[in-house]
Design a protein around this ligand. Sequence first.
Ligand code: HEM
Length: 477
Amino acid sequence: MQPPPASLPLLSATYLSHLLFFLSILWFFLLYLIQWRQTRNKHLPPGSMGWPYIGETLMLYSQNPDSFFSKRQKRYGDIFKTHILGCPCVMISSPEAAKAVLVSRAHLFKPTYPPSKEKLIGPEALFFQQGDYHSRLKKLVQDSFLPSALRGYVSEIEQIVLKLLPAWENETINTLQEMKKFAFDVAILSAFGAGWGVETERIKRLYHRLEKGYNSMPLNLPGTPFNKSMKARKLLNETLRRVIEKRRERKKQDGGLLGVLLGSKDHKLNHLTDSQVSDNIIGVIFAAHDTTASALTWILKYLHDNEELLEAVTKEQEGIRRGIIEENREMTWADTRSMLLTSRVIQETLRRASILSFTFREAVEDVEFGGYIIPKGWKVLPLFRSIHHCEDFFPDPEKFDPSRFEVPPRPNTYMPFGNGVHSCPGNELAKLEILVLLHHLTTTYRWKVVGEDDGIKYGPFPVPKGGLPVRVIPRNN
Ligand code: HEM
């Protein structure tokens, strides 16, 4: 038999690659045509949609997002359109427009997350809900983070701090990683309540496996990071069900968010199912720890770079320490309320670093907005960071200056915890844990940044590149 000519496979490979190229051009063209037909008679906001499908994604991810937003804001104004991550978007950077999307016309803009995130956290978690079910669930979650509930956590949080800090002494630590450990332990405490140690080590281990998938490709094939995370999510569910069952059997709900969810007396919510409960426990752990850890990392950086401010904060904390020692007692909620300068440092950090630079909503119908139409299905992004860095509201915005919070900011110009129905229920807990940690850190230690100041990494929260390695030394050495 004659062997086939050697050039044939070569020819068919060339032919195939040409065909693929042609089909992709056709595909992009069709997408462009569909997009154009859907919006041709609508008065859309100004802006560029970039390339078909790819849009301006590469531009956003290849540069500092601040300059991406500010260039467009200068060119097109406070409402402009763009196209990122396969979605047409409208970005808004005026306080009034952000308030309309998040508060006054919130029913027209639903929260939206990538489906993979929903699968990993659990579809029944608070973030993904809207309407009556959302407000009832939100009320429960808020109840468990009210100051009256948090008072009881002060000494528990203090114990976590006092266990963590000595391990840093005379060591070089990665600030972000250490702060994640701390915020994670506090999140677990707030989710399950004090003294509920059963299964928490297993829950921690499984959660760490789960979180590896948050920023991975959503490819659920054996061996992929996403697949491993989905497996961890399944095991986490089984573990949480055992914990829920035990608590239900005891007929005593105990503390934490879990206690509040299991003890719900809201007749419309009925008894929450196990999956409603576990999705919300995982949701809160997810929401609580990377955000707070980023904020703490930035605070250490700003205090390190502003020596005088660090000394002033230390003086405030030493005054409180003296009171605690004189009265021979533990730290209380009232102590944390008297940390006025330290609280302004937190406020200014949340403005300057803007931990959540923006959030996503989706128009549920064609919405007339500021003289334009936002078509149904388009994403809408209120740009918190741009508002926080606008010099009309915060003069000399790049300067770290806690004194600007001696007077309250103008309404709707300061939204580190969001605004409206989906605003953060954990803001008081976040501030509390930061205050307790800063109390002990500033009165006992000093820290020195190791290596070069490398700038910012956005992944997805802005953090100092490299996680801010610092050397921690006892203060009076
Ligand atoms: C410095 C730390 C934190 C920051 C900067 C922060 C920021 C935010 C922001 C901006 C939102 C609104 C998102 C949106 O509108 O789409 C939000 C929502 C949320 N946060 Fe936080 N957060 C922090 C800490 C916490 C903590 C400690 C908890 C829990 C104990 C928590 C639980 C939640 C939950 C459950 C939601 C969803 C609320 C809803 O959809 O109704 N957060 N957070």
